[in-house]
Ligand binder design. Sequence first.
Ligand code: TA6
Length: 322
Amino acid sequence: MTSDIRLADLCARHGGTAGLVFREGPAGLFFADVTNRHAHACVCLQGAQVLHWQPHDQAHPVLWLSAGARLAPGKAIRGGIPICWPWFGPAAPGSAQPQAAGSAHGFARTQAWSFNGAQALADGATRLCLRLTDTVQTREAWPAAFDLELRVTIGASLGLELTSRNTGSAVIMITEALHTYFRIGDIDAIAVHGLAGESYFDAVAATAAAPAASAEPAEQEGAVRFPGEVDRVYDARGGCHIDDPLLGRQLHIAKSGSASTIVWNPWNAKAERLGDIEPGGWRQMVCVESGNARANTVRLAPGASHCLSVRYHVKPLRTGAA
Ligand code: TA6
């Protein structure tokens, strides 16, 4: 289907619902823009990736999108909410070899998802549904049959529900994460609360020290702060929140179906190596990701399904806290 027919088809079937407009970007990617009485949002159909969410009462977007993001077919987009699936990290659960270079965090975020519908909800929010099922290409990367659905609810809060279903005849094992980049005032000023006492894998310590350093989990003391690069996978089932005194807000993260919380900021050296973060851009972002990573593998029997869901909302922050 040529792109202009595809765009016309999307507009004909779903355009106009609940403030939804489709557009085609410069590199042929398709975007769904939503404006309702609560917020603006943008979702890229490649990867079903939420790129923007800004409630009307917020002076700044809640999600961070790199000014250096590569908006091109098959390229992972730096920012918003990438969907890491069916593996989080370099390799599929139980696989002997790391995946082919460039496929860290799985393939879902670089695949073209289908747009399955839009709904105007009674409270004025907009719900979008996108879907990805296995293809020859995905089966080459991961020999499994699956049906993956994302429901995005755009309102005064932002909700995502990622449902994985095993449509094959063999058990499948997945790891996953909603790899959310939050927009903050400055990395020096923020703190992440709600993870105190949780054990975590310190990926920075593991790469810097002997392999033994990666074996012993650490325990979080107090709030998470960012004196340098932080890359931690917490065993944590509860929510957390980010205190941002510079932007005067608290970003609240509620979740279900998730046994792992990942906290990441690349700091300057890694940001430069990544190559798609504008100079200094790393100072205005922090990743707090909800998923099931490392040992928290999700096992799906044939026909079984699993739902990972998050809900983000913003509250004012009294100055001086953090
Ligand atoms: O979630 C943290 C992390 O696993 C970091 O180790 C870093 O690799 C980040 O994800 C970004 O990964 P990406 O493949 O999107 O560049």
